[in-house]
Design a protein. Structure first.
Ligand SMILES: [Zn+2]
Ligand SMILES: [Zn+2]
Length: 258
């Protein structure tokens, strides 16, 4: 079995209309979907975006009976300190193969909303990386830290800008290491939002600090972005001497060679 795309959305996420069936047609191998959980979802008018776990599980069970158990279940937890208790109680007693941890918003607005354009970019970066570190420290049990650059996707951040935040990024990476989580290479961030150079820098920093766990995810919301630019991301990892990706089954990590 090869490595697979570890960050995908279907119609079980409000911002995707894609079906499991269409993803299954893309491959004979495993797939996993990682659906949104965002309480007080700023991107969605402030309503709670809550994965319908029963419907999601039923759908996967039914398809797994036909497709030889090829679907794994995942969730992308959008963390805010305000929603901590709701997140923990939602996750309790539910079964996932992989839990992604993300920061999408600061409790007032999502970092992809236009208000970001009017703000001081450095202030946005400071706030965002701070929230990311807090999320990793506070939430136990997550497996992968997703798209470290989500909060700066709307900004034109140069490598020099990012280097200014090296102490904060090290704090974030330290927290990720302490929780034995994997670091996601989000290929839409890298090749659609043009942040590959920022990822290159972060990968170097993470390896220097002893990091070994990498996850590859397109963050596709439709089949058109499935395994988006995976060859480029794999080539980048190989440049750094990385030989495997970290994947999760029943939230237990294992390495898949690249
Ligand atoms: Zn996300
Ligand atoms: Zn996502």
């Amino acid at each position: 079995m090869g490595y697979y795309d570890q960050h995908l959305h279907t119609q079980f996420s409000p911002d995707s209309a894609e079906s499991f069936e269409n993803y299954l047609e893309q491959t004979d191998d495993l797939i996993v979907t990682t659906e949104h959980l965002d309480f007080h979802d700023a991107y969605n008018g402030g309503v709670d975006t809550v994965l319908d776990y029963a419907a999601y599980s039923d759908k996967i069970d039914a398809l797994n009976r036909i497709h030889g158990g090829r679907i794994r279940r995942g969730i992308e937890v959008g963390y805010t300190p305000e929603a901590h208790t709701q997140i923990v109680s939602y996750l309790e007693g539910k079964t996932f193969d992989v839990i992604l941890l993300s920061v999408h918003q600061n409790g007032h607005f999502d970092y992809l909303q236009p208000i970001i354009d009017e703000m001081d970019p450095k202030a946005v970066m400071r706030e965002y990386f701070g929230l990311c570190t807090k999320a990793v420290r506070k939430l136990d049990g997550a497996n992968i830290f997703a798209h470290f650059d989500y909060g700066i996707r709307r900004l034109s951040v140069t490598l020099d800008d990012l280097r200014e935040f090296e102490p904060q990024l090290k704090e974030l990476l330290n927290a990720i290491l302490a929780k034995e989580m994997a670091l996601e290479l989000n290929t839409r961030s890298m090749y659609e939002y043009q942040n590959a150079d920022l990822y290159r820098y972060l990968i170097g920093l993470y390896l220097e600090m002893g990091g070994t766990r990498f996850s590859l995810g397109s963050d596709a919301h439709s089949i058109h972005k499935y395994r988006y630019h995976f060859d480029d991301a794999i080539a980048l990892l190989r440049e750094f001497g990385v030989t495997g990706l970290t994947q999760f089954k029943n939230r237990v990590a294992y390495i898949e060679p690249i």
